[in-house]
Ligand binder design. Structure first.
Ligand SMILES: O=C(CO)[C@@H](O)[C@H](O)COP(=O)(O)O
Length: 222
């Protein structure tokens, strides 16, 4: 297969750099977690190598796979979650990036099999709903991907708490998926702290809808 080498190099650099954001926001420990991105206009993805410490990641160490998760270029074995990421890209053509973390507060909700209730304006802005829990699935193969897709299809939330495992987020770009992972941990922590002080009420649906609409369509620089 002839690779679109300039596009692949750009995505390798982008995916490598984004992994530093997982460290910066304390979303990962040791070698846990991974990011992938779709190569524009090609049936290819770029993903983290498996079990390589974050400090040792380089653009060259990123692994290029096809949409079945088969390695087409790279010196390393790809992430153990490659089958899951590849399944998401096959099933959701609008997705350009996928992120997986074990960020502690969000993963605590996943361990309890509890969705995070949409009880904050920041949560309504970004997620437009509760953050759902997806089914338990063993690591390897595409079972995790199936759970991510079945939970997030038709859902506003770009984040799913995979039961007893951790967070998977999607975005139209890998940066958007990283942002969703950062925001997921932030709201998981705040709602957890609130729950420690007593019952927490979900926002009324009409307020969630209004907040989501404003943030998605009017917030920031247009
Ligand atoms: O939880 C898992 C496996 O789903 C991962 O987060 C691993 O902890 C990191 O795996 P590699 O991406 O390094 O293979």
């Amino acid at each position: 297969m002839t690779l679109p080498s300039e596009a692949v190099e750009r995505v390798r650099e982008d995916v490598c750099a984004l992994h530093t954001e997982l460290l910066r926001w304390n979303l990962v420990t040791w070698t846990s977690g991974n990011i992938s991105a779709r190569v524009p206009d090609a049936d290819l993805i770029v993903i983290k190598p498996s079990g390589v410490t974050y400090e040792d990641l380089t653009p060259e160490s990123m692994v290029v796979c096809d949409l079945d998760g088969t390695v087409v270029d790279g010196r390393h074995s790809p992430s153990s979650d490659t089958g899951a990421h590849a399944y998401v890209y096959r099933a959701m053509p609008e997705v350009g990036g996928v992120v997986h973390t074990h960020s502690p507060y969000a993963t605590a909700w996943a361990a309890r099999n509890e969705p995070i209730p949409c009880a904050l304006t920041a949560m309504a802005d970004e997620f437009g709903s509760d953050i759902p829990v997806g089914p338990f699935a063993l690591i390897g193969g595409d079972e995790i991907g199936k759970g991510v897709v079945s939970t997030l299809t038709g859902h506003r939330s770009p984040a799913v708490l995979m039961r007893s495992h951790g967070v998977f987020t999607i975005g139209d770009t890998p940066k958007a998926a990283v942002k969703a992972a950062v925001m997921c941990e932030d709201v998981a922590r705040t709602v957890h702290l609130a729950c420690e002080r007593g019952p927490v009420e979900r926002l009324p649906q009409e307020h969630i809808d209004a907040l989501y609409d404003r943030y998605q369509n009017a917030y920031g620089q247009k």
